[in-house]
Write a protein that binds this ligand. Structure first.
Ligand SMILES: [Zn+2]
Length: 197
């Protein structure tokens, strides 16, 4: 990816306040200077549209044929839906029912089709792997996996390959006792603490 495109993507994430800089306590307990407030990606649809346009260009450039864009609930639904609209494809989302990723039976025509998977942020790849397993059960051929942000910077492989991403960014996280921001006595915040399950 060209550096100018990275700059463009970063500017759009900042425009919707999805990429925050400060001193954050992550769910893992580690501390970080950067935090993605991913729900904010969908808060400004006009900004999200510009981000999705970049993703759509990436999907088109791959030149693969497919019928569906598929996204896991809930954060990626708006992103995948908008991408499907712009690509002229159908859309379906998966959701966890009793802990198992599945598709509602109302999505007809998904079985045996070809699909591109779109997710918001890749952190561990867990939910993407669940979606892929679910698609495999439905004999769906996967024509690509795309995320807006790959927080592993390509180190998590899905089916042996890094996923397509607009931004591949390894965010450094520190144990509290080794955190340079703690050392500088910067107040620490725990983002999203009030609504984490
Ligand atoms: Zn710290």
């Amino acid at each position: 990816m060209a550096d100018s495109e990275t700059e463009k993507v970063l500017a759009l994430f900042k425009e919707c306040d999805a990429l925050l800089r400060g001193h954050f306590k992550l769910t893992s307990g580690k501390h970080s200077e950067w935090y993605f407030e991913k729900i904010r990606l969908i808060q400004k649809p006009d900004v999200l549209e510009k981000i999705v346009d970049l993703l759509v260009a990436r999907i088109k450039a791959a030149g693969r044929d497919f019928d569906y864009v598929v996204s896991p609930a809930y954060g990626a639904i708006a992103i995948g839906f908008l991408a499907a609209l712009k690509l002229g494809k159908k859309f379906a989302f998966s959701q966890r029912v009793d802990g198992k990723m599945s598709f509602r039976s109302g999505f007809i025509g998904l079985d045996g089709s070809r699909a591109v998977v779109v997710e918001d942020i890749l952190t561990t790849g867990g939910s993407i792997l669940e979606v892929l397993a679910c698609l495999k059960e439905k004999q769906v051929e996967v024509a690509g996996v795309y995320v807006l942000v790959d927080r592993t910077a390509g180190s998590v492989l899905i089916e042996g390959r890094p996923v397509g991403s607009l931004l591949a960014l390894k965010v450094e996280a520190f144990e509290p006792e080794e955190c340079p921001l703690c050392e500088a006595a910067t107040p620490v915040t725990k983002p999203g603490a009030s609504d984490k399950k």
